[in-house]
Every structure is written in structure tokens, then in C-alpha cells.
Design a protein around this ligand. Sequence first.
Ligand code: 5AD
Ligand code: SF4
Length: 445
Amino acid sequence: MSYFSGKKYNIVTFGCQMNVHESEKIAGILQDLGLTHIEKPEMADVVVFNTCCIREGAEDRAFSNISALKKCKAQNKDMIIAVCGCMPQQKQGKYDFKKKLPFVDIVIGTHNVNMLGVYLKQVVDTKKRVFEVVETPISLEEGKTTIRDDQINAYVNIIYGCNKFCTYCIVPHVRGRERSRPYKDIEAEVKDLIGKGYRYITLLGQNVNSYGKDLNEGIDFATLLTKLSQIEGEFKLKFMTSHPIDFNKDVIKVMKNQPKVAKCLHLPVQSGNDEVLFKMNRHYNIKHYNKLIKATKRAVKNVALSTDIIVGFPGETEKAFEDTLKLIKKVRYDQIFAFMYSKRTGTPAVLLPNQIDEDVKNKRINKLLREQKFISKQMLNACVGKTYNCLVVVKNGVTMGLTDGGREIYLPNDSNNQVNHFVDIKIEDIRNHKLSGVIIDGRRN
Ligand code: 5AD
Ligand code: SF4
């Protein structure tokens, strides 16, 4: 029997869907060792912190969470604490875990997290701390145990890393260059998940539209979506994240023509001003972005749009910020994710002149979010009368339809026979910001 049999683990995850999914694989490694999950990190024998370094706030949160475990470790000397993910992978990170957190046992990066099981055994055997941050990417081997958090949606990696080097972004520095997974591996995983009953498959990558460029399989992202849509079964494909320079007409066509591709698109714009976009090294202008949005709206009926926006990028003038406000009013996203620019050591934007004061960033983000709140409300009201293909689910005992964009539509109680199926729902009413509707067409996917 292994040392870890019957022991308990907890994983604390920070950051994006990529990290959420990586934690599902880490859970697989831990369960393979014989550990079982426990709700509270303080009660666990092994605690893994899967960290994010996209902004300073994420790093500070992770650091204070890890620091808080010091007391528990003092009481339970056998507790093993591991830190992995993007924070340790940075060359010039803000926090030196080795020196600042002497009670942490394992510190590894993004490239060797698949070795966690080996390092855990090493700590038990040698009673020595392990610090292993490697430069060469060894992604988690696919096909190993994955303990998925969600019963409806399953994440599937299609491409790792990023080649874009936006000047504000640390991701290419901690996740390495683009590496696509071979098509047959992706297809096998997707088939397996559909067989297990997952209704949404979310294809993950920092830039999914780059899929296949580094392989010689002749399969680009649009082809990948088309091929995966041919798989038998009741499911829909989602994908994130897209880059406006690589997202193209071919993908829009697949979104339009394939009922199994979800009618939602997350297309980060970052700024509504061309000069800022240039300094961000985004490689597109607003005219190009607007063209993509227009083409998507025209082709994909009732498409749910969302975006990422950074306010207070170095040199962002009041006028440049106003351009971003103008853009969100024009596009009318269902949802925006807005961030204040955060300096990331080692990225070029840190050295740009005219860094923006925090209070100006604060004012701008608040103004942006206020405007979006207003737009989101209008978008919600505009749903009434429209028809969406939805998955019927039961949440807290209430039957509802979920649109591809994640909106909840309350359904009459007699809709229960359609639970776990995709149906067309007509939205009839809105009360207290809640939509209600009726099924107008049963199962068809
Ligand atoms: N500061 C603020 N936001 C950032 N993002 C990436 N890097 C930074 C940074 N240094 C945002 C971008 C990206 C999202 C995942 O995080 O908007 O699309
Ligand atoms: Fe970062 Fe830009 Fe790559 Fe997205 S595309 S991960 S923002 S460098």
C-alpha cells in the first residue's frame, strides 16, 4: 500500500479555464496515488496551489492563500504543500517561494506538472524540498486520469502555449510556444467524453485559431471543428480563446452551418483604439475587428458575444479610452471581462512611457463596467421573443434552459422530460432580470 493511500488532498486553483482543466488532471494524478478529495485545504494531507500570474492581483491572492497555510503546517508536520503553474514558471517573479515560504515542500512550473506524483513520493522518501522549474515544455500526458469538476461541460486541450507576444502579456513567457495536439488524440478524447454523456465540449487554447499550424496534418481550426462536429451523439462544441487576427471567415462558416457548434464567441478586443492596439502588438485594427463582428452577427443568428478589455494600458489617453467605450456600445456584447493594466516584469509594456495612474485606471474601469451593465440589461430585455437552442438542466430543483452563451431561461415544471437534451426555447417573459420561456421544439440535436 502506498504512503498516500487513504490520505486527503485539496487543490486551490487560480486563473483561467486552462488552469481549471490542469487542476482536473492534477486531481487525476493525486487520485491515482490513492488520495481522496477533501473540501477544506486546512484539513488536507496534500495541498496543491495551481497559480496564475496574469495580473499582480492574482499573484498576491495566491501568495496570501499559501501563506495562510503556515499555521496548519505547524500543527501537522506531515502536510505536504505544493505550488505549481504560472507563478513559479516566471523568470523574474515577484515572489521567491524558496526563501519566502520555507514551509512549502514542492515548487514546480507549468512544464513539469505531470511529474507531481514523482515529486510527492520524493518528498516523502527524502524529507527534502523539491524545486524544479524546467524550460522545456513537457505537457501533461493526455489520456491519463482526469477528475472533471463539471458534469455538463468538459474541457479538452487542443493547443498549448502562445506565439503572439502581446506586449502586456506574461503568458508566452510561462506557457512556451504553440504546440497543437494531434487530431486523432483530440478526437479520441472528445468521443470518449460524448460517450460519457457530456453535452458541452469546450476546446481550450490560448489561441485556438492557431490550431494545427505547427503540425503537418493539414487540419486547421475550422477543419478541426467540422470534423469533430461529425461525431455521433447529442453535444455541442465551444472554444476559447480566439485571437482576432486568426479568427476568420472559415470558422464563422462552421459556426453558422454546424448545429453542433455553439452559437457563442469570445473574441478579446483589448482596446477600441488603433494606436493602443498597435502598442499592444495585437496586429489588427478596429476596422478589422468590427468586420469580424459584423460577419459573425450576420452569419450566426442570436450569437452571444463576449470580450476581454484592458484599461489603462501605457499611453492610453482619455480619447483612446473613449474609443473603447464607443466600441462596446457599437458591438453590444452580452458580457465583457475588463481588467486594469497590470505591469508584468519581463514584458515590453513595462518599459513604455506614460504609465497610467491607478486612480485613473480605476475610474476608467468603473465607467466601462457601468456602461456594460446598461448594455447587458438591454441585451437581456432584447432576448424576449427570440428562440434559442438550449440544454435543459435542473439547477437547485428548478428546471431551466441554458443558452450557448450561458443565459438561464426558466421553464414550466412539465418540461422535466426534456432534461439533459437540447431543445428550442422561445423566451416569453422577463421578470426581476429572470427570463422565462417555453419549449417549442423537442430534442433535435
Ligand atoms: N494586465 C491586465 N490584463 C491582462 N490580461 C493579460 N495580461 C494582462 C495584464 N498585464 C488580460 C487580457 C487577456 C486576459 C486573459 O487577461 O485581457 O485577454
Ligand atoms: Fe497573452 Fe496575447 Fe497570447 Fe492571449 S494572444 S495569451 S493576450 S500573448
